[in-house]
Write a protein that binds this ligand. Structure first.
Ligand SMILES: *[C@@H]1O[C@H](CO)[C@@H](O)[C@H](O)[C@H]1NC(C)=O
Ligand SMILES: *[C@@H]1O[C@H](CO)[C@@H](O)[C@H](O)[C@H]1NC(C)=O
Length: 346
């Protein structure tokens, strides 16, 4: 009796062990959760010990949260099935490398968060994505970035509006050419020993720049502050400049920033994009109006034709009746008249 009990126990324990080993039991709580956020299809797979981007998710995912996992490498096929992704969270992983072609299929991508990983550079193909607006890559040791940027084709295609490179061991802000849409740049907690005011000429619509916890010197501090004031931007996150330096020791920044040809070209390209979109909008409206008019004309034409047909057939009927009716009336009258006469005589 006891032996049987022991055997049963052993069998039970080994079955449970086997189930655990094959991942039966934990799988239920490990499933990514599906939901919606502002009408976008969201899948959250955060904090699940994932080592790879899962390939069994719905392909129509638009917001994909893979944060707090253990992904080390992004592969060229990682996102091939998920081309609708607009927002991608990959922060707090262990990403050390990104294969070329990983992000290329994500042509709808608007925002990517790669902060707190082990990257040494920004994957250059991100800058070719046609819709990418927001890029978070803070808290990575981007020691190879400067060198990689030398071969990047500028201006970049991505319409970047927000860039966070805080805490990335950078000695200068990244040179991405003119960024006419960029309004916020966060470069705090970087050494920035090579920072030069000329770089800001590329950012003609900058509203906020965070240079706190950097080692910029008193002159750069003053120049940045002056530059931001003339642009009407927010100097809140520039370290407070302690001493007021005169323009002999610290020249005013304007001929290198707002008065420079680079700044002009940045403004022009922004205006060009605006007029282009305005033209596209106008053309779209015009096309729409023309289409409506065409449909209207067609309908009118159809209606007229129908009416004409109806009239024709009516007139044919009328004519038939007209042709026939006199005889009818005559016939009728011939039949009626005696009656009339009868009543009259009566
Ligand atoms: C810049 O980024 C750091 C680190 O992510 C953050 O703590 C800080 O609040 C950011 N600054 C601004 C102005 O958003
Ligand atoms: C800006 O002006 C200063 C002094 O007026 C001059 O030394 C410097 O060369 C100018 N820089 C540029 C880029 O024109």
């Amino acid at each position: 009796m006891e032996l049987r009990c022991l055997l049963l126990n052993i069998v039970f324990i080994s079955v449970v062990n086997a189930m655990l080993a094959f991942g039966f039991a934990p799988q239920d709580e490990r499933r990514c959760s599906y939901g919606r956020i502002e009408k976008l299809m969201r899948i959250r797979c955060y904090n699940m010990d994932l080592k790879e981007v899962p390939q069994n998710l719905k392909t129509s995912v638009e917001v994909l949260d893979l944060s707090y996992n253990r992904i080390r490498k992004l592969r060229s096929g990682s996102f091939q099935r998920y081309t609708d992704i607009k927002f991608l969270m990959l922060y707090e992983n262990m990403i050390l490398s990104v294969e070329p072609g990983t992000f290329a299929p994500l042509t709808a991508l608007q925002e990517v968060d790669l902060s707190n990983n082990g990257l040494t550079t920004i994957p250059m193909e991100l800058f070719s994505l046609p819709r990418l607006r927001n890029l978070y890559i803070d808290s990575n040791d981007l020691r190879e970035l400067h060198q990689e940027l030398e071969t990047l084709e500028k201006p970049i295609r991505a319409p970047l509006e927000y860039l966070n490179v805080a805490n990335c061991e950078l000695h200068d802000i990244p040179d991405l050419g003119v960024l006419p849409n960029l309004w916020q740049l966060n470069a705090s907690a970087n050494p920035l020993s090579d920072f030069n005011i000329d770089k800001l000429a590329n950012l003609c619509h900058l509203k906020v720049i965070d240079l706190t916890r950097t080692q910029i010197n008193a002159c750069v501090c003053q120049q940045v502050t002056n530059h931001l004031m003339t642009m009407g931007a927010n100097p809140k996150f520039v370290p407070v400049c302690m001493e007021a330096l005169d323009s002999d020791s610290c020249p005013l920044p304007y001929n290198r920033t707002v008065d420079s040809p680079t700044f002009r070209s940045c403004v022009d390209s922004a205006e060009l994009a605006e007029t282009r979109s305005l033209w596209l909008f106008a053309a779209g409206c015009f096309g729409g109006v023309i289409l409506v008019l065409l449909v209207f004309c067609y309908c009118i034409h159809r209606w007229r034709k129908k009416r004409a047909n109806r009239r024709l057939s009516q007139s044919i009927q009328n004519r038939k009746r007209f042709v026939i009716s006199p005889r009818n009336t005559i016939n009728n009258r011939l039949e009626d008249e005696p009656l009339h006469c009868d009543t009259a005589s009566a």
